[in-house]
Write a protein that binds this ligand. Structure first.
Ligand code: GTQ
Length: 357
């Protein structure tokens, strides 16, 4: 109980206090004054480390899983990205899960639903679809797709060759609060109730149906095609009002609110021009980056140590809470990222410092 640096350390009442603590422990009580500085630290104390997964190095291992287990057996054929500082707790940063999911031609990842929400960011391949809430959406590299909390979803593949996407889920957040629920659908595929493209037509054309209201917490658009997001970045670069830390960074939004497309996870797409050398940014959100185009470096400082990670197309890297980092690009580059920013903002705990403050 009496750790170095606690108020108890130098007291001549120490034996009495220790005896008291022991008695109180018998009532499941403990003295705040002994643990305060570890409980509420002056600055974040983070076990997660900055880390990069080299896609070229892990791709063949991921494809190997296709010969070892079917989607039917696995439900989801996913390799989890484990943060090396978080003891195999299935987290890439404190509050977020990341995985790489593989689906082969003709396979179906059977329908289920769960209370955690998911995002997909397509890494490679064509012809796979995800069906969300009765609507199929075909996935292309760079597409960002939402699976809302508790929505039925299954994945399938009508094309050729492997399809891989990155899964981002808020499982650790939901687990912290407790309400993890999971249910398997009676059928492999939930019924198609709306034609593909329905949600895009309703809410993705800068219009909305008259007389229809949207009250759910996530965006009614569940597929944000890369083609359109990329085009927006290309157009905006003409204006060249680059942010000194982020380059040109856009957030995916729910068109009915202008707020984060998902209620618990913020999602972004950013462009860094060739030769970009960003200023340092530090934020309380844990961030997962997926490199869509280009190559470059990120320098991340954890405590006394700064690590440099070289990234290229399809690599995934994470920057945990409050670690100063800066981005550099060798060539025109595009990064997708997701973080717990929106959740922290809703709780009133999000902060950032941009530039060398
Ligand atoms: O595709 O439904 O990476 O349920 C982890 C849990 C993916 C999915 C994951 C899941 C899914």
């Amino acid at each position: 109980m009496s750790d170095a640096g606690t108020v108890n350390e130098h007291s001549n009442l120490r034996p009495e206090r220790e005896a008291y603590y022991e008695r109180m422990a018998g009532f499941d009580l403990s003295p705040l004054w002994e643990v305060n500085r570890r409980l509420v630290t002056p600055e974040p104390v983070i076990d997660a480390v900055p880390h990069l997964w080299d896609y070229d190095a892990i791709r063949s291992g991921l494809l190997e899983s296709g010969d070892l287990i079917t989607t039917k057996e696995a439900q989801r054929r996913v390799l989890i990205l484990e943060n090396p500082g978080l003891d195999n707790s299935h987290r890439i940063v404190d509050s977020l899960f990341a995985g790489l999911q593989l689906i082969m031609p003709g396979e179906i990842a059977p329908a289920h639903r769960h209370s955690p929400a998911a995002l997909r960011f397509v890494m490679e391949g064509h012809g796979a679809y995800t069906a969300v809430g009765g609507e199929r959406s075909y996935m292309k590299p760079g597409d960002f797709i939402i699976t809302p909390a508790w929505a039925w979803h299954d994945h399938g593949h009508d094309g050729d060759g492997p399809v891989v996407w990155m899964d981002g889920l808020d499982i650790p957040m939901v687990a912290l609060f407790g309400p993890l629920f999971f249910e398997v659908h009676a059928e492999d595929q939930a019924p198609d109730t709306v034609p593909p493209g329905d949600s895009q037509a309703r809410y993705g054309a800068n219009m909305r149906p008259v007389g229809e209201s949207w009250t759910r917490l996530e965006s009614p658009i569940f597929n944000y095609p890369y083609e359109r997001s990329r085009e927006a970045l290309e157009q905006l670069r003409q204006g060249a009002d680059w942010d000194k830390c982020d380059g040109l960074k856009m957030q995916y939004v729910d068109p009915t609110t202008g707020q984060s497309a998902m209620p618990t996870i913020s999602t972004f797409l950013q462009m860094l021009p060739k030769g970009f050398s960003g200023e340092t940014w530090r934020t309380t959100e844990g961030v997962v980056y997926s490199v869509t185009e280009g190559s470059g470096r990120v320098h991340v400082t954890k405590g006394e140590e700064t690590v440099t990670m070289n990234w290229k197309e399809k690599d995934i890297f994470c920057v945990p809470c409050w670690m100063p980092h800066r981005l550099e690009a060798n060539e025109d580059s595009v990064l997708f990222s997701y973080s717990d920013r929106v959740a922290q903002q809703k709780l009133g705990i999000w902060r950032e410092i941009k530039g060398s403050a």
